[in-house]
Design a protein around this ligand. Structure first.
Ligand SMILES: *[C@@H]1O[C@H](CO)[C@@H](O)[C@H](O)[C@H]1NC(C)=O
Ligand SMILES: *[C@@H]1O[C@H](CO)[C@@H](O)[C@H](O)[C@H]1NC(C)=O
Ligand SMILES: *[C@@H]1O[C@H](CO)[C@@H](O)[C@H](O)[C@H]1NC(C)=O
Ligand SMILES: *[C@@H]1O[C@H](CO)[C@@H](O)[C@H](O)[C@H]1NC(C)=O
Ligand SMILES: *[C@@H]1O[C@H](CO)[C@@H](O)[C@H](O)[C@H]1NC(C)=O
Ligand SMILES: *[C@@H]1O[C@H](CO)[C@@H](O)[C@H](O)[C@H]1NC(C)=O
Length: 431
């Protein structure tokens, strides 16, 4: 964004006869895309410092900004990139509602803090409870460039200002924001497998990888291959190699590398041969039923037989083409890899779209139905219709991953589903 603006500026200086009169202010208004570390120090004496991430994206529709504030004493290191703070200290979602260019290289923001008040049991899981109005009815801040404390990767991109109550203009403390990364959020994915199944790492074109798919969302993903000889359970009531859900969860806990959900956003993919109750894959712990920690891992079944149900019966409900019936799932490289990314996608609280979207969060069954009736990519049948284009998070999910509160997206926090799909706190619009 910054370099593009610089380029456009140079270009207009060279070619334009008249430089737009608001060029300077428009330049000054640019808030660099990526993640920022924000702090709020309330003016009350001995008040704690609230801090957290702020995320900025932009396109031709405008600039989109969201953030989260945490209380407590842990101080993030700006050199680490997007701040990760302890879940128990989650305090509020930050929703800027106005961005105005300033005259001094700075800018002004109108802000809302939406406080997380707790959790509520519902029929479908735990819902998050948010304040029904923004904290103190909203805030404003005029931000000016300031010398960054040490550790910030771009010291010229650090701003500070007096936060004011929107209603009466009196001081609410000091607000700072310093740019920390081009990436909006940073996550780690560990993939563990039983012996003899392929680790899903890329599609057949080798262009769709975990890194490329997540980079399009603005995520920094660190993929590591963990234990690849995880022992299989023995279940007298099930075929060899088939896992029960609770066994999957126990394997995640037993075999993954040390994990601290308060310090890292850690996602775990367990690759098995077969899964009880589900043909290709499913999240292991939608809610915290086993150990109180929801969304720790997800699993896929590499040796599910295409065209069968999970228990090996002929699946006559879906139009599986004869050419793929009877194959092992991992022989279909693209559907196999796409399913792995899809199941990890659920860990971000993403659900299946209501209609076919040719994307990651569309389920395989819908692909089979749509592609076999000619509506898939290029009119191709299954599995050829699953191509590089089917391996992207589309607009709705991308926006969700970029701008919904940490509570909704980070693992080990709220239960899957209802609690995270509510449109509270409100979504943010273009500024
Ligand atoms: C942080 O905020 C939450 C929610 O408002 C509150 O319950 C908790 O006591 C606060 N913790 C600290 C350390 O201030
Ligand atoms: C200004 O408004 C805030 C939020 O409503 C309130 O907490 C504060 O006491 C007010 N300050 C003055 C000086 O009225
Ligand atoms: C990626 O994760 C692995 C495994 O946890 C770790 O050893 C490595 O340092 C990480 N790499 C980066 C660049 O953070
Ligand atoms: C499974 O069902 C399909 C569709 O009804 C059929 O074409 C196929 O021959 C069946 N396969 C087996 C192994 O029974
Ligand atoms: C810009 O991004 C927003 C949020 O993701 C999206 O709703 C909008 O359609 C995008 N605009 C363009 C022109 O792509
Ligand atoms: C869900 O609600 C139950 C009952 O209120 C509570 O014990 C549990 O901690 C909640 N879980 C989460 C993740 O909020």
């Amino acid at each position: 964004m910054q370099s593009l603006l610089t380029f456009i500026t140079l270009l207009s200086l060279v070619t334009a006869h008249a430089i737009p009169s608001d060029l300077h202010t428009r330049q000054a208004s640019s808030v660099t895309d990526g993640s920022w570390l924000i702090t709020w120090t309330p003016s009350a004496p001995n008040s704690q410092v609230y801090k957290g991430p702020l995320r900025v994206t932009s396109n031709s529709s405008g600039t989109y900004i969201s953030g989260d504030l945490y209380n407590g004493t842990v101080l993030p290191n700006p050199a680490d990139g997007s701040p990760v703070l302890p879940r128990a200290n989650y305090w509020a979602y930050v929703r800027p509602t106005k961005l105005t260019p300033g005259s001094n290289g700075g800018f002004s923001l109108a802000l809302e803090y939406w406080q997380l008040l707790g959790f509520r049991r519902t029929v479908r899981g735990n819902a998050t409870i948010w304040g029904d109005a923004p904290f103190a009815d909203g805030l404003t801040v005029d931000l000016a460039p300031t010398t960054a404390p040490t550790g910030f990767p771009d010291p010229s991109n650090y701003f500070s200002g007096d936060l004011k109550f929107a209603g009466n203009g009196s001081s609410a403390g000091t607000f700072t924001m310093g740019w920390v990364s081009t990436f909006l959020r940073r996550i780690e994915l560990e993939i563990g497998t039983v012996t003899g199944v392929p680790v899903p790492l890329e599609d057949t074109t080798e262009t769709r990888t975990w890194t490329s798919i997540f980079a399009e969302v603005g995520y920094d993903i660190n993929v590591s291959i963990g234990k690849t000889d995880i022992p299989e359970p023995t279940n007298p009531d099930l075929p060899p190699g088939m896992w029960k859900n609770e066994q999957e969860h126990a394997a995640v806990l037993a075999y993954r590398a040390p994990t601290d959900f308060d310090k890292q956003w850690k996602y775990y993919l367990l690759v098995t041969r077969l899964l009880e109750g589900t043909p290709r894959g499913s999240m292991i712990d939608e809610s915290g039923i086993y150990n109180g920690v929801p969304r720790e891992g997800t699993a896929i079944a590499a040796e599910w037989i295409v065209g069968t149900t999970w228990d090996g019966k002929n699946d006559t409900a879906l139009p599986w083409p004869a050419a793929v019936r009877g194959k092992k799932f991992d022989e279909l490289t693209d559907p196999y890899f796409r399913t792995a990314v899809h199941e990890v996608g659920h860990m971000f609280n993403l659900v299946h779209p209501d209609e076919f979207r040719n994307d990651i969060m569309t389920d395989t069954e819908t692909f089979v139905q749509v592609c076999e009736s000619g509506g898939g990519s290029g009119g191709k049948g299954f599995p050829e219709c699953i191509d590089a284009g089917s391996m992207a998070f589309r607009e709705h999910d991308r926006f969700y991953m970029q701008h919904r509160p940490d509570t909704h997206v980070r693992p080990g926090f709220v239960n899957f589903g209802f609690s995270a799909q509510e449109f509270t706190p409100p979504m943010n619009g273009p500024l």
